[in-house]
Design a binder for this molecule. Structure first.
Ligand SMILES: Nc1ncnc2c1ncn2[C@@H]1O[C@H](COP(=O)(O)OP(=O)(O)OP(=O)(O)O)[C@@H](O)[C@H]1O
Length: 335
């Protein structure tokens, strides 16, 4: 793997390090005539050089969280509470985030079909202040090489539909890099790709994190991906974070029954037998301030249906009110 080229615009050495903080985020969606909170009270922050994985079943609010952080919520969704802070500054909901870029699951939908891919990377480079057209063109060519695209000069002139899914995702990564981001938000960027290409893209993202000291947020429902890529994991269920902690700890000593269930339901689980999670996640219209997983949880007691939950503060925490009893049960099983 060759090293990435230098960024076009270097930040001043004394510039404050970019950081992203999502603070008590609520995202509301409109359904017919009603407005419902689909994301409730999500909080996390990120350090440079770190990868945070956000995992959870479909519909748990991962994409809305990430899009809210980017200022790119879809039509029908809006921030209804909480703050997004970049470099300590509170962002307006649709304000362009400095030093933050995002890549999506569907690069074809995210690319402009009427513009050659080289032009689109140039446009991204030109969005940086003080960059000339000539510099942007050279940068686009270099970035195509950086992201592992051979025959870069020819591919610069191609249209998005002429490229494979893997190449399109590399183009998206090149566009993100053209803005010299310090935080890169990745919304299931490899889900649509075959396994070999997926590994290559994950390797490239990890290289970007290491060599550029970029903070990565990686949204996925694939636990194998987070196990290999992330230092920290936040587990989302029904619009909220139910557990967050160092990846190795969350994966080996989960504190929330939902995380356990996700692990058991993972086809990559080596030790545990594969056990799909029974039932379905609740719809946002039925969200409560008590445990939202209780209806599907084998450990739930009456208290779980009456006592409100809160996510603790600390390196590895969950919002399960039976966390300590669960730990004792686990030790009992292990003994
Ligand atoms: N534009 C929208 N309009 C209305 N409802 C939406 C919109 N986007 C998402 N939702 C709803 O908000 C909830 C959270 O969706 P979100 O896409 O964030 O989940 P997710 O965890 O990213 O799921 P997936 O893994 O399938 O992408 C779901 O109930 C979904 O149906």
């Amino acid at each position: 793997m060759t090293a990435l080229s230098e960024p076009l615009v270097r930040r001043a050495p004394d510039a404050p390090s970019a950081g992203l903080r999502v603070d008590d985020l609520h995202v509301a969606i409109s359904r017919g005539h009603s407005i419902i909170d689909a994301v409730t009270g999500v909080t996390f922050d990120l350090e440079r050089g770190e990868t945070l994985g956000i995992v959870g079943e479909s519909g748990s609010g991962k994409s809305l969280t990430l899009r809210a952080a980017m200022g790119a919520l879809p039509r029908g969704a809006e921030i209804s509470g909480g703050d997004i802070l970049v470099d300590g500054d509170v962002m307006k909901p649709d304000q362009r985030r400095p030093h933050v870029a995002m890549i999506f699951q569907d690069p074809l939908g995210a690319l402009n079909p009427t513009r050659r891919v080289g032009r689109q990377i140039m446009d991204a480079a030109l969005s940086r202040e003080g960059v000339t057209k000539k510099q942007a063109a050279e940068r686009a060519l270099q970035l195509l090489k950086d992201v592992g695209i051979s025959d870069a000069a020819r591919r610069m002139r191609m249209w998005p539909h002429e490229l494979s899914g893997g190449l399109r995702q590399r183009i998206m990564i090149a566009m993100a890099l053209a803005t010299d981001p310090e935080v890169l938000l990745c919304d299931e960027p490899t889900t649509a790709l075959d396994v070999t290409v997926q590994d290559q893209i994950l390797g490239l993202l990890d290289q970007i994190r290491r060599e550029r000291n970029v903070a990565l947020v990686f949204v996925t429902h694939d636990l194998a991906v987070v196990a290999n890529l992330c230092q920290r994991i936040a587990v989302m269920y029904a619009g909220e974070i139910v557990e967050v902690g160092p990846a190795a700890e969350v994966l080996t000593s989960p504190k929330h029954p939902y995380t356990r269930a996700l692990l058991d339901a993972s086809i990559t689980a080596e030790v545990r037998p594969f056990r799909p999670i029974p039932g379905l996640p609740p719809d946002p219209t039925t969200f409560t301030d008590t445990c939202r997983f209780a209806a599907r949880c084998g450990f739930a007691t009456d208290s779980c249906r009456t006592v409100p939950t809160t996510l603790g503060v600390g390196a590895h925490v969950s919002n399960c009110i039976r966390e300590s009893e669960l730990a004792l049960e686990t030790e009992g099983v292990a003994a």
